[in-house]
Design a binder for this molecule. Structure first.
Ligand SMILES: Cc1cc2nc3c(=O)[nH]c(=O)nc-3n(C[C@H](O)[C@H](O)[C@H](O)COP(=O)(O)OP(=O)(O)OC[C@H]3O[C@@H](n4cnc5c(N)ncnc54)[C@H](O)[C@@H]3O)c2cc1C
Length: 457
């Protein structure tokens, strides 16, 4: 089977690569065919799980502010972002039936808050543009001929018999198929959430073609405080490792409007303000994710990692101390306190200063706390970090194909003409807030347009 342009991967980058290529071919006198090979039975499986099912698909900040949230690969994203901006993505989705809303922090969502609407709009756009999508088609290997790329694929077809709600029987068949293309775009995603389909094939393809990638590691993932899980392991700690009694005290609780400082080998590395979520994975939520990239990288290097939480970032220590002593006097002089132990009264004081559900966890971490030392400890709740949760629940993969291997203006391989890379497979990763999907959309679009433009040269 043959197509002028083949895109491996029907995710955010792959679908936009197909649309970019189709648009370019429409404008070119030579024309051509565009095919997307997707290993899953449906395109956009990862888009479906983004933003907790709401899909924060872009961020409408201007480039300078947007770029400040790209943690690696800014030069790679720059030309791509300018070829397809967040406003362009919003317009493209709108012209394919999806309205958007922009919320706090310039984050854009489908107005329905359903990620499926993004996938539907992309599928519709591809259909109108004449893109052929082959679901269930897993590319196993790539061979480079003199002028073509030959792809060995396993195509899985699932047929359903019977009608819902009655019993439905499925029959699965597989066949080996070879595809060939003049231009090839690899948009197979990273390693995170592998069940969505992105499980690292793209890095293997790149290696097989002699193209190097930088070190890979999970980012936007939970970091695990020391003693939080029933394990002595450090570094990568599987998400499903059971919680320790200490972890149980934290799990399910949030801290809002706090400051989180990350220390690497004792030096302050990053400071963030916002919300923390303690989950069965560890410390996550916006602040946990924000520091996770640096924390994971440091843990892999064998550095000592710790965090400090300031529960009262907007209050000066002296003022907080004054407030604590005032509250303490009220509690001890309250007639209802008569006969109560110091421990009980201190616990009541603590409950007035932080979420009640986290007071036992705080006392466990700060056993020697007193009324006099409480202000200092509330402003500096220290935790050593033992490890991090891996790709099974990390939002993105950091590292990938760097700008040494691709030309940023076209995203074409510097070594292999006619080969392009896009999306998370590149050495590009960003903060949460719609930045990662926009990077995938933009790099996909640019790779698609470049590949199609090169056909007519
Ligand atoms: C839980 C979660 C929530 C997220 N929320 C957000 C959010 O709200 N906002 C945001 O901006 N970003 C979010 N992200 C990140 C964002 O989803 C990714 O950055 C983005 O999807 C990357 O796009 P991609 O096209 O490069 O890769 P993917 O979307 O992973 O697509 C790659 C595709 O390639 C296919 N594929 C892989 N190998 C082969 C092969 N051998 N043959 C054929 N097909 C193959 C896969 O099946 C997959 O469909 C989230 C990620 C996760 C995991």
């Amino acid at each position: 089977m043959k197509s002028d342009i083949i895109i491996i991967g029907g995710g955010a980058a792959g679908m936009l690569a197909a649309l970019g290529a189709a648009k370019q071919l429409e404008e070119s006198p030579v024309g051509g065919t565009v095919t997307v090979l997707e290993k899953q039975q449906k395109i956009g499986r990862k888009i479906m799980v983004t933003g907790k099912g709401r899909c924060n698909f872009t961020n409408v900040k201007p480039w300078e502010d947007f770029a400040a949230h790209i943690r690696s690969g800014r030069p790679l994203v720059d030309p791509a972002w300018h070829s397809l901006t967040p406003d362009d993505v919003i317009a493209l989705l709108k012209s394919n039936g999806m309205q958007s809303v922009v919320e706090r922090g310039d984050r854009a969502f489908p107005a329905s808050h359903l990620s499926g609407d993004v996938v539907d709009a992309l599928r519709r756009a591809a259909m109108i543009a004449g893109v052929k999508i082959v679901p269930g088609c897993k590319v196993d290997s790539i061979e480079r001929g003199s002028r073509v790329f030959r792809l060995s694929c396993t195509v899985t077809t699932v047929k359903e018999f019977g009608r819902k709600p009655g019993p439905v029987r499925t029959e699965t068949t597989t066949e080996q198929v070879t595809y060939s293309a003049n231009r090839l775009i690899i948009a197979t995603g990273g390693l995170s959430y592998p069940w969505t389909g992105s499980d690292g094939d793209g890095y293997r393809f790149a290696e097989s073609l002699g193209i190097a990638h930088t070190d890979l590691f999970p980012s936007l993932t939970a970091i695990v405080p020391d003693g939080y899980k029933e394990t002595d392991l450090t570094g990568y700690i599987e998400r499903r490792t059971p919680l320790s009694p200490k972890g149980e005290l934290f799990n399910g609780n949030n801290l809002d409007n706090v400051r989180l400082s990350l220390y690497i080998d004792g030096s302050l590395s990053r400071e963030e303000f916002g919300d923390i979520e303690f989950t069965d994975g560890g410390l996550e939520g916006p602040l946990g994710f924000a520091v996770s990239r640096d924390a994971v990288k440091a843990l892999i290097k064998g550095s000592k990692v710790s965090v400090s939480i300031d529960l009262k970032p907007s209050v000066e220590p002296e003022k907080l101390d004054e407030d604590i002593h005032g509250r303490w006097q009220e509690i001890v002089h309250d007639p209802r306190s008569r006969g109560a132990s110091f421990r009980k009264l201190f616990h009541i004081l603590l409950g007035k200063l932080m979420p009640w559900e986290l007071t036992l966890a705080f006392l466990g971490d700060n056993p020697s706390v007193s009324v006099d030392s409480l202000a200092g400890m509330l402003k500096d709740w220290k935790m050593d970090i033992a490890g991090y949760v891996g790709y099974e629940r990390a939002v993105v993969t950091a590292g990938g194909i760097p700008s040494e291997e691709v030309v940023p203006k076209t995203l074409e391989s510097r070594k292999i003409p006619g080969l392009y890379f896009a999306g998370e497979l590149l050495d590009v990763d960003a903060d949460t807030g719609g930045y990662n999907l926009q990077c995938a959309f933009s790099t996909g679009w640019l790779a698609g347009r470049s590949a199609a433009a090169s056909l007519s040269v």
